[in-house]
Design a binder for this molecule. Structure first.
Ligand code: KIV
Length: 290
């Protein structure tokens, strides 16, 4: 039976190499954490928003995150607040189609889960049904613990997200690192332990000072995945476009593994020049009659 998740290599640009193998699972990620010390094999996560990027990243990752950062990265929106369930489902399905190995996690967008656990279940069920992904991620701590437990009890693996939570930008007043005061530290640690105790199988910690990440990693029973949260976490995640150098400005915690923006600019310039001078296309790029 064909499903919307089947990758049709005859009609798509799909080139799944090496040959597909069994996909990692949420329980397998959780099982990496066996005690308070950092996991033996760090969890590798990157964001992906398209099928082709998923194909390229998948063999190297344990988890692919279809982050609501796609609002800014793909759609040019000012924040993640306007991102819709439709956007997450469309990109989520594309990433599932382009991957065969990683656990695909889809962000629940702002407004799709906060009202009640039942509301969250309806949104999460839609995401899993329409995309074929294995898990959802939602932002928030103590206030979301009941919702996390509700989803997990009903068969939906959940990744938590604490510290700097971008959907709360209007409350936080910006994207600065968090946890510099004692009060903030206590709150972030409480947030992390409540979501982990509620059954999250992994926990993203974003934009916090190092000692908080170390403390949470010691105290929770699931792997922590840091972004701007130091090497003390059990794994790391970055936004793919940031680490590929697609933007001129990035946060301090981003390491650029490539510098693609100038390379794309140069390619576009060369193409434009060749079209205008009629140097492209040449005979090599032209169909000739038999
Ligand atoms: O939306 C996203 O890409 C994220 C990561 C920053 C963790 O939540």
């Amino acid at each position: 039976m064909s499903t919307t998740f089947t990758l049709d290599s005859a009609t798509s640009r799909a080139t799944p190499t090496p040959a597909p193998m069994k996909r990692l699972t949420a329980p397998a990620i959780l099982a990496r954490k066996t005690g308070p010390e950092p996991v033996a094999e760090p969890v590798v996560m990157l964001t992906a928003y398209t099928a082709r990027m998923a194909q390229l990243l998948d063999p190297h990752c344990d988890m692919l995150l279809v982050g609501d950062s796609l609002g800014q990265v793909i759609y040019g929106l000012p924040s993640t607040i306007p991102v819709s369930l439709e956007m997450m489902c469309a990109h989520g399905a594309a990433v599932v189609r382009g991957s065969w190995h990683s656990v695909v996690v889809i962000d629940m967008p702002f407004g799709s889960y906060e009202a009640s656990p039942q509301h969250a279940f309806a949104s999460a069920a839609r995401i899993l049904k329409e995309t074929g992904a294995a898990a959802v991620k939602l932002e928030g701590g103590e206030a979301m613990a009941e919702t996390v437990a509700f989803l997990v009890a009903r068969g939906i693996p959940v990744v938590g997200h604490v510290g700097l939570t971008p959907q709360a930008v209007n409350m936080l007043g910006g994207y600065a690192a968090r946890g510099r005061s004692q009060v903030e530290e206590q709150k972030i640690v409480r947030d992390a332990t409540s979501v982990a105790d509620a059954g999250a199988f992994a926990l993203v910690i974003e934009g916090v000072v190092e000692p908080i990440a170390a403390r949470i990693t010691r105290e929770v029973a699931c792997p922590t995945i840091g972004i701007g949260a130091s090497a003390q976490c059990d794994g790391q995640v970055l936004v793919i476009d940031d680490m590929l150098g697609m933007f001129e400005r990035t946060a301090r915690f981003v390491k650029r593994y490539e510098d693609l923006a100038p390379r794309i600019t140069a390619a576009a310039q060369a193409y434009a020049c060749e079209v205008r001078s009629r140097a492209f296309p040449t005979a090599a790029e032209t169909y000739a009659p038999k």
